[in-house]
Design a protein around this ligand. Structure first.
Ligand SMILES: Cc1cc2nc3c(=O)[nH]c(=O)nc-3n(C[C@H](O)[C@H](O)[C@H](O)COP(=O)(O)OP(=O)(O)OC[C@H]3O[C@@H](n4cnc5c(N)ncnc54)[C@H](O)[C@@H]3O)c2cc1C
Length: 390
């Protein structure tokens, strides 16, 4: 257990901080106001080699692991982006990278990974449906076998970054729920083009993460080619869980970096601001304790996330650690941004101070990609051995 960064990791973190600083708080504020996607920053992240950190070297990646990716995301989030930058990593190195590099065919790896690493190909993932959110096994979108491929019909909701993506990882049933004895059977993953006949999408207006649109997606007799299946036909659930668990590591890294940023903004402000006499408001314990508490919790989440990432890199089970890290990071980030806003008084409510964006954006991660309640259910059942409650 050596928590010192090696030279390569130190260099990567410095590079991420430099790229992050090039696209600082004002860049994100302007994009947030316009609801515009961070295209330019993503290109710079890719150009600096940071997207492909955990992807294979033979396809343009750095061949490192999830721990290294977590370090990069923390640094980018802390440099001004906040938690939204983690979404760009979920979309690309996770939904695209993990799915293709671990479960895709050789042709998929060869054709897609170089473009993923250099930012020319972007990804999204369509899992959630109006009646299948927390309970993903209720997905009803159906791919029926047809010739050497499938025909896809159904509806998805809340799918991030569809307009920015060329490729969509689709989770569909290939056997009806009623036809399988185990509900995890009969699910398959496909990687299809976003621009395809029969696929349409419509943006949903929302509170935060305004730079990354989320959409309703409709599949109306969408043709899927035989070579667009990823992983095992009818057996995609296991691969999906791998994608979703790595997504948690990325989420936690973004939240931990956001706590660092929110606390920095709050402390800078509170050290300057004087309300009664000559003492700055940062001298009041009422302001210090909640910020210190959020800092302590984020540090614990960070270490738990490194453990999850390390175990993932070592091929060990890491589901519990990834869940615990995400649970605590999302709560610490919600508290840190809330208390940072409180410490700034009225100015915390002003766009120019940036904390309100961090507060809105990180709220998402208390219920997505997995909710706090479901993590607690998981801990109660798997870590404590209690009866399943639902
Ligand atoms: C901005 C945004 C972006 C998203 N991006 C994507 C994306 O790119 N791709 C994608 O596939 N999905 C995406 N999602 C969907 C997201 O993963 C879901 O919203 C999330 O999984 C929760 O599902 P739900 O909204 O249907 O809530 P529901 O499943 O309806 O749950 C509602 C509430 O009930 C609680 N609950 C449910 N069951 C239990 C239980 N057994 N015990 C205790 N509490 C329970 C939940 O914790 C939650 O608080 C996104 C969502 C948002 C808002």
């Amino acid at each position: 257990m050596d928590f010192r960064l090696n030279d390569e990791q130190q260099m990567m973190v410095e590079t991420a901080r430099r790229v992050g600083a090039d696209y600082g708080l004002d860049y994100w504020r302007a994009l947030d106001q316009k609801g515009a996607y961070p295209e330019e920053m993503w290109r710079s992240i890719c150009k600096a080699g940071l997207c492909g950190v955990a992807l294979p070297t033979e396809h343009g990646g750095a061949g490192l692991g999830m721990t290294d990716m977590a370090l990069v995301i923390e640094a980018l989030a802390a440099s001004g982006a906040g938690s939204t930058v983690a979404q760009l990593f979920m979309l690309n190195p996770i939904f695209g990278g993990v799915a293709v590099s671990r479960y895709g065919s050789d042709a998929m790896r060869r054709d897609l990974l170089p473009g993923l690493c250099d930012g020319t190909v972007q990804f999204c993932m369509a899992l959630t449906e109006p009646d299948a959110g927390t309970n993903s096994l209720e997905v009803r979108t159906f791919a029926s076998a047809d010739g050497n491929g499938w025909v896809l019909n159904g509806r998805k909701i809340w799918i991030s970054a569809v307009p920015a993506a060329q490729k969509m990882l689709v989770v569909a049933r290939t056997k009806k729920r009623e036809e399988v004895s185990r509900k995890t059977d009969g699910i398959s993953l496909f990687l299809i083009d976003v621009a395809r006949e029969g696929l349409s999408h419509q943006a949903i207006d929302k509170l935060g993460t305004r730079c990354v649109p989320a959409s309703n997606v409709y599949f109306d007799n969408v043709r899927i080619q035989g070579d667009e299946l990823i992983g095992v036909l009818h057996g995609g659930w296991k691969q999906l869980l791998d994608v979703l668990n790595t997504e948690r590591i990325v989420t936690t890294a973004g939240l931990v970096g956001t706590v660092e940023l929110a606390l920095k903004l709050a402390v800078e402000y509170a050290n300057e601001r004087k309300v009664f006499g000559d003492k700055p408001i940062s001298s009041y314990q009422g302001l210090q304790y909640p910020l210190a508490q959020a800092f302590a919790e984020a540090q614990c989440a960070r270490v738990m996330n490194y453990k999850a990432a390390t175990q993932c890199d070592q091929g060990l089970d890491y589901g519990s650690e990834a869940n615990i890290g995400k649970l605590i990071a999302a709560q610490a980030c919600a508290d840190a941004t809330e208390r940072a806003m409180q410490a700034m008084g009225g100015m915390g409510y002003a766009k120019e101070m940036h904390v309100e964006r961090l507060w809105r954006d990180c709220r998402l991660f208390r219920f997505a990609p997995i909710s706090e309640e479901m993590i607690l259910n998981f801990i109660a059942q798997h870590d404590l051995g209690m009866a399943r409650s639902y």
